[in-house]
Design a protein around this ligand. Structure first.
Ligand SMILES: [Zn+2]
Length: 420
């Protein structure tokens, strides 16, 4: 199946340049990105007129708990610790595989409609999540088996099983956090990571209280404790990374770890603001995630990109103002590399056909003084005309093509009653 997307503006993504051109897709891969008027030697099975709108790499949600859509707007009055232990953990104890399947579908639908084609998901009932991902057509990368759910012995089994499950599904090592994992279990995770030479990911330094607690337990920050256990010997990353010391930053730099920002969740739970510009200037690798819908409450990567850009500017003026292209690139490429999807990062021949078409005729994209700035500072899901993952159109002009959203909404409305 060969499709020609023509009459487009194209942000291929290696750099900030936007040019007129067309893109050819063959099955699940990009065959060519054409800027010189070159013609295809073969006929196409279909041709799509992009109408002068913008083709760009799709967004990648590099930290989420997709099924937590069940907790959207359910417990908005708590800070992180009370929110987790009083509002979330008791309800999660009631979740079944059926709940997770439907609430994950709901989350994926929101991701796709807002231009996201890959999620780095940390949750439970992975069979339900994998089934939902394959059915709706989005990429799901599992981030570990949360140690509180299912036991440590499952990690290795899941690591092997879900890395062979489906081209849309893969599995990375991960655990919830230092403060919810005892030292014996941390050591087991580190040992398995060494066995497979695998990167490891975790929530880290999200709140000041978390860092203080770790210093009380070990006399060191979470990044130091975990690094000394060999947890990051093969790379990986941290979610949130709000309260890093200079030593923590150096560890992340030395190990090539990703800092994954979750600005909206940090604001809502009163956790703090990550110094994004400072991390960029220190040479850290960056990616962006939404965190779960319970702590956000949306899965809108445009809002995350906007907040990362503007909040960093507020937090520390001595760091200077942020370059919006650094944020946009983290949104489509940094996230891809963070979760091991290096073939989904940019638009180029041989890469995965994971891309979006943004409406350039919407007032918020005009005038086009700077298209990258328009996307980061003024863009929103309202601009997403089309979302394509692995060459398949999952969303087009208001319509999800692989799922009946009315049925999903209806099921989720019914199932949430079990949890309240
Ligand atoms: Zn999280």
């Amino acid at each position: 199946m060969r499709t020609r997307y023509y009459n487009a503006l194209i942000l291929a993504g290696e750099d900030r340049e936007v040019r007129e051109g067309e893109m050819w897709v063959k099955d699940d891969k990009i065959e060519a990105v054409v800027f010189d008027g070159r013609k295809s030697e073969e006929l196409f099975d279909s041709e799509y007129d992009c109408g002068g709108n913008l083709l760009m790499p799709s967004l990648k949600d590099a930290h989420t708990h997709t099924a937590m859509t069940f907790s959207r707007s359910l417990a908005d009055e708590f800070e992180l610790n009370d929110w987790l232990f009083k509002a979330i953990f008791p309800r999660e104890a009631k979740l079944t595989a059926e709940h997770v399947y439907w609430f994950t579908l709901l989350g994926f639908a929101e991701n796709i409609m807002s231009g996201t084609t890959a999620c780095f998901d940390m949750y439970m009932f992975p069979e339900s999540v994998a089934k939902a991902a394959v059915e709706i057509g989005i990429r799901n990368v599992f981030c570990g088996s949360p140690n509180d759910f299912g036991g440590m012995d499952l990690i290795e089994e899941r690591y092997l099983r879900f890395n062979e499950y489906d081209p849309l599904v893969s599995y990375k090592m991960g655990f919830h956090a230092e403060y919810t994992t005892n030292k014996d279990n941390l050591q087991i995770i580190s040992d398995i990571a060494h066995k497979y030479e695998a990167p490891v990911y975790t929530h880290i330094s999200e709140t000041k209280a978390e860092v203080d607690g770790c210093i009380e337990r070990y006399g060191k920050t979470p990044a130091v404790v975990l690094d000394e256990m060999g947890m990051f010997d093969f790379g990986g990353g941290g979610f949130h990374c709000v309260h890093f010391t200079d030593e923590d930053i150096e560890i992340f730099k030395k190990r090539g770890l990703y800092t994954v920002f979750n600005a909206c969740s940090n604001l809502k739970l009163s956790s703090g603001i990550a110094p994004v510009k400072k991390y960029i200037d220190r040479g850290l690798k960056i990616a962006i995630g939404t965190d779960g819908a319970g702590s956000n409450n949306s899965l809108d990567m445009f809002r995350e990109m906007y907040l990362d850009a503007v909040l960093s500017n507020v937090r520390s003026d001595k760091d200077g103002l942020i370059d919006p292209f650094d944020i946009l690139k983290a949104g489509y490429s940094g996230g891809a590399h963070c979760m091991g999807l290096s073939d989904s990062d940019i638009l180029a021949a041989g890469k995965n056909a994971d891309f979006i078409l943004l409406d350039m005729h919407h007032p918020n994209m005009n005038p086009r003084n700077n298209i990258v700035s328009n996307i980061v500072y003024a863009g929103s899901p309202v601009n997403v005309l089309m979302t394509v993952c692995a060459g398949k159109v999952l969303y087009h002009k208001g319509v999800l093509t692989t799922v009946d959203i009315n049925e999903v909404n209806k099921m989720c409305s019914r199932l949430v009653e079990d949890l309240i």
